[in-house]
Design a protein around this ligand. Structure first.
Ligand SMILES: Cc1cc2nc3c(=O)[nH]c(=O)nc-3n(C[C@H](O)[C@H](O)[C@H](O)COP(=O)(O)OP(=O)(O)OC[C@H]3O[C@@H](n4cnc5c(N)ncnc54)[C@H](O)[C@@H]3O)c2cc1C
Length: 1009
């Protein structure tokens, strides 16, 4: 054993001795809290439900509501018994509910919260701080409430911080340092600040903008803190905010005014893989600055969130996946901090005795006096450890959150999770009484032994990667990852791509028919809607002769293409996906210019196109071979599919790559030949898809690119006898015309035309009375105004229960006023320009209609002077039958409708011609079940935005006047492009039948000549 390890063990044992001198259960408060924790640790599933219930409780207003929720959350008989136990009643839930008083339950939860929240307000908290002072424990105070949705809320928060600072300084004027040694490093007043609470529009892809907004908000606070001799610490939140917070810290504290101020600190989270590099960078920065600063080293509080979020988006997970890795890294960073003690003051934020003992032992080894660093622990946790550390002569500071329960709920839930975590130190020591030698083991040793198979791998259930290729038969389908714009390298790539695309402005694109590039004497220009005088490119325009030529090329090409093996066709799609991925930033940048998409939306569009290619290739492999229908002796019956023929693909501009690519790829992989007609407004992006398929090796004539007016060539081809299938996404007006026209049979026509028709929506989301407004407001604003409301899935009717209406509106209008509108070339913009002048005029007309029909509740003012920018607009006082509540506007206009109850809400939501997307914000399990069953929408979203469908995960498409009921990105989508066929053969001869019948037969896969 190394001398450091033996020193750690010695110190650790000493801490345990002191801890055990004053035995205290992990859950020191008996009653409700103790029962909650015990039950949660026994049953993971129930824990989830219990914590959810605890989280909703403070927003319930009446006893009846509380009891209803209780019943809904724990209706299951098995669970209800356990819950009765948790409530301290020994009988079945159904029996006890009427006797439980709602207020008592609510009181129990707020009592529990008091365990972790040091005071409701600045006055209240002083009682706690005074008590701690007598125990020689210092404080850092944090204001609860991280989810600000508007600048009004952010400014209020900033003002409360200033008040808090003043109050603390006043009340503690006579307080002195507990150790009276090196006290100049540790001001008595210490404030912990959460950056996300000071600015509602932080965009991880734009740290410069974040700094530009936050620095002016912070300066008065820092200035005052300095005057009062206080210390300010920047807390660290989720990974998305990490780089911005670090940059902000370095920027502000390099400013002349604060450059020589030593009382600033920041958090480093050891569970992050980046943390070593970040800390080294900070230390280097500190040395260059020449003034001390502080770092609070923690493991990190958002582990579950980071792993879930990165898995959802297909990102590399930023946190370590094995607990001992975080522990080991905490120790590595402890060394780095202590070795740089000359410039950085350390605070070790941990309740883990091993981590604490390691810091103590190392400091001793490096000859650092124990008064020159401190241990920080959370209010309400690990009391005996704090006491032990004080007794050993160390500096101890307690992190004291202040605020009301409702804004403190996410903090409370994090603490409950931390206390019940299987991996956590506190549970192991105080609940499971793990022996000291186990608790003090070297985390590196644990990792080594688990690698050698001596111990099971920690966290064996988490597997972030799959090794099977995603298109392999039977493999779980994996989407392409989104680009993580929180990473500086991706921001840089996007900026470079934008510069490069700017240089390409004015490029010319031809038609492609039968593999030939064709120029016509008509050319039209595609402009940048943010600056219409900028021409993104010119495109040759097809007329009727070119349309005829395209059909004449696609027809014979079909004969060969239908006989090409589906495996070859799948590989074509996969090569196209690879090219899309390679050109990802370039294509995203082009979308920013040609259709005004914000960065992340443009990237999402290219990602979706990639997914369509890989998903449809996978699906084709699943259905490609003739398959036995039933195994019966003496007869073989095989079902299989033939392609339909020539497919005409007519795509819109709003998902200029994804929708076009999705329809084209589905048609190609199923063996149809294609004439693709992109929207005139996004023709340059459309031409890129042609280029990509050519590079991927599509044979001449199999895919033809025809740009031109829908009303001319589109109409001609829809009506053409040699076109067998039309895949259309666009407006209702055109969709219905296609549906009707395609139904008429022309002379010489071989097939009944198949029409795949996706049209618009008038999508509604309902906000229930118990909804989590932090989420409901942010998600509604994004659903309504993201990409300027030009998604067919966009929210256009927000239906709010009257019980909640005033609170929702106050926050909604504030949030709308905080949205960033501007040229999407800049990162972090939510609302850019609408597509063209016609759309601009049409939407303004609708706004005029709204002003006559309803009440204009909000309209943005500061818009860029050029370009087709429409101010985000909100109307209230609507009746469901008003024009703006019924017609699709396709712009950033939101109608809010107040309703009595959920019955009326559902009636209003379902009361339009459309059924595309719909949503519901609620925490009532029964109401959620009701909406799941009753909302008329092709895609129903609960407690999340109603836009952003992901291929394979959310097959997308509506019914009623929204579409023909097909689901793009769904398992059955390809069947729309195919003709099913069954071949049955009697294989019995004189009663003699073959023993075995193969599951697949490939002989008649495609028609022979
Ligand atoms: C005073 C103070 C201030 C804090 N401020 C912040 C802050 O600003 N920002 C912040 O994010 N956190 C902060 N924390 C940290 C956080 O809230 C937790 O308290 C802390 O991570 C618990 O670590 P521990 O060493 O006490 O316990 P331990 O039980 O030793 O460690 C638990 C931690 O290990 C990590 N972990 C759990 N499972 C795994 C796994 N499977 N793989 C890898 N790692 C895993 C997680 O970080 C988890 O919290 C602060 C903590 C304290 C005490």
């Amino acid at each position: 054993m190394t001398s450091l390890q033996s020193e750690i063990e010695q110190r650790g044992r000493r801490i345990f001795e002191l801890v055990d001198k004053y035995p205290e259960s992990l859950f020191s408060k008996a009653g409700f809290y103790q029962r909650l924790m015990t039950l949660s640790m026994r049953d993971e599933q129930l824990k989830l439900q219990l914590f959810r219930f605890v989280a909703v409780l403070p927003s319930l207003h009446t006893s009846d509501e509380i009891i209803e929720h209780l019943q809904e959350y724990f209706a299951d008989g098995h669970e209800s018994r356990k819950v009765a136990e948790f409530l301290g009643v020994g009988i079945r839930l159904a029996g006890i509910v009427p006797r439980i008083s709602g207020p008592i339950l609510r009181w129990s939860v707020s009592e529990m919260a008091r365990q972790f929240i040091a005071g409701r307000n600045p006055n209240d908290v002083m009682r706690t701080l005074r008590k701690r002072r007598t125990q020689n424990i210092g404080f850092t105070v944090d204001l609860l409430g991280e989810a600000v949705v508007s600048e009004t809320e952010a400014d209020e928060y900033g003002a409360r911080y200033l008040d808090l600072l003043e109050g603390l300084a006043r009340e503690t004027k006579s307080w002195t340092d507990a150790l009276e040694n090196n006290s100049e490093l540790f001001p008595v007043v210490n404030l912990s600040v959460k950056i996300s609470a000071l600015y509602s529009q932080i965009s991880p892809d734009d740290p410069a903008e974040t700094i530009a907004h936050l620095a002016p908000k912070l300066r008065p606070l820092l200035r005052r803190a300095r005057e009062l001799g206080a210390f300010i610490n920047f807390d660290m939140e989720s990974y998305a905010h990490k780089n911005g917070t670090l940059e902000l810290f370095k920027t502000v504290f390099t400013e002349e005014e604060f450059k020589d101020w030593p009382h600033a600190g920041i958090v480093i989270q050891a569970y992050l893989r980046d943390s070593d590099a970040d800390l080294r960078d900070l230390i280097e920065w500190g040395r260059a600055r020449g003034t001390r600063f502080a770092v609070r080293l923690v493991k990190g509080a958002y582990w579950d969130y980071e792993t879930t979020k990165s898995r959802q988006n297909g990102w590399d997970c930023p946190v370590y996946l094995q607990k001992p890795e975080s522990d080991a890294n905490f120790e590595t960073l402890t060394r780095l901090l202590l070795e740089n003690e000359s410039i950085v003051t350390s605070a070790f934020g941990s309740h883990n005795v091993r981590s604490i003992a390691h810091a103590q032992a190392l400091a001793e080894q490096l000859g650092i006096d124990r008064s020159r660093f401190e241990f920080q622990l959370l209010y309400g946790m690990a009391g005996p450890i704090k006491r032990a550390l004080v007794e050993m002569g160390y500096r101890v500071r307690e992190y004291c959150p202040v605020g009301e329960l409702l804004p403190g709920m996410s903090y409370l839930v994090r603490r409950l999770l931390e206390n019940t975590s299987n991996e956590g130190f506190l549970r192991a020591k105080f609940s499971e009484n793990a022996p000291a030698e186990e608790l003090l083991r070297d985390p590196r040793e644990i990792l080594r032994r688990s690698r050698n198979g001596v111990l099971p791998p920690p966290n064996a259930t988490i597997n972030m990667t799959t090794t099977t290729p995603k298109t392999q038969l039977g493999a779980h389908y994996e989407n392409a990852p989104l680009t993580n714009f929180a990473l500086p390298e991706n921001q840089e790539k996007m900026r470079a791509a934008l510069r490069e695309q700017r240089n390409q402005f004015g490029r010319k694109v031809p038609l492609t028919i039968n593999g030939e590039k064709i120029w016509t004497d008509k050319i039209f220009s595609s402009v940048n809607p943010s600056q219409p005088d900028q021409i993104v490119g010119y495109a040759a325009e097809a007329g009727i002769p070119e349309a005829e030529r395209a059909v004449a090329a696609a027809r014979p090409a079909f004969e060969k293409w239908r006989r090409t093996s589906f495996e070859e066709r799948c590989q074509l799609l996969e090569r196209a996906a690879e090219i899309l991925e390679r050109r990802r930033f370039e294509l995203s940048a082009l979308e920013v210019f040609e259709v005004g998409k914000p960065w992340a939306e443009a990237d999402g569009d290219i990602r979706e196109a990639i997914d369509f290619c890989t998903f449809y290739a996978r699906q084709m492999r699943l259905i490609g071979r003739p398959r036995l229908t039933q195994n019966v002796p003496g007869e073989e019956s095989y079902q299989h599919y033939w392609p339909r023929g020539v497919a005409l693909v007519i795509a819109p501009w709003n998902f200029p790559m994804a929708i076009l690519c999705g329809m084209v790829s589905a048609a190609l992989v199923t063996g149809n030949t294609v004439i693709m007609k992109p929207s005139e407004q996004s023709v340059i992006i459309g031409s890129m898809l042609m280029e990509i398929y050519e590079e991927a090796g599509v044979p001449p004539g199999v895919l033809n690119f025809l740009n031109g007016k829908g009303s001319v060539i589109g109409a001609h081809m829809v009506d053409h006898k040699d076109v067998d299938l039309i895949a259309f996404t666009g407006s209702r007006e055109v969709g219905l015309w296609i549906w009707e026209t395609a139904g008429k049979t022309r002379e010489g026509q071989r097939e009944l035309k198949r029409v795949i028709c996706e049209m618009g929506g008038k999508n509604a989301m309902i906000v229930d009375s118990d909804a989590d407004l932090d989420e409901a407001i942010v998600d509604s604003i994004y659903s309504a105004f993201g990409f300027q409301g030009q998604k067919c899935s966009a929210l256009s009717r927000l239906i709010v229960l009257e019980e909640n209406y005033d609170r929702v509106m106050e926050r909604l209008l504030g949030a709308a006023a905080s949205v960033r509108v501007g040229n999407p070339e800049e990162p972090g913009i939510m609302v850019g320009p609408v597509i063209d002048e016609a759309a601009y005029r049409r939407i303004l007309d609708y706004i005029d209609v709204g002003k006559n029909e309803a009440t204009l509740a909000y309209q943005a003012k500061d818009l860029p002077p050029h370009g087709y920018f429409i101010p985000p607009t909100i109307f209230t006082g609507l009746k469901p039958n008003m024009q703006i509540a019924c017609e699709e506007i396709f712009g950033p206009v939101l109608s809010v409708i107040k309703v009595r109850d959920l019955d009326e809400a559902i009636e209003v939501a379902n009361g339009t011609d459309y059924a595309l997307t719909g949503g519901f914000f609620s925490r009532s399990p029964a109401n959620i079940e009701r909406i799941k069953a009753q909302l008329e929408a092709g895609n129903v979203y609960i407690n999340r935005p109603c836009t952003g469908a992901i291929v394979g995960r959310h097959p997308f498409g509506g019914f009623k006047m929204s579409g023909s009921g097909t689901k793009a990105g769904g398992k059955d989508y390809l069947l729309n492009f195919l003709i099913p066929r069954v071949v049955t053969e009697n294989v019995a001869r004189h009663g003699l039948a073959p023993e075995k019948t193969p599951e697949y037969r490939d002989e008649f896969l495609w028609p022979k000549h």
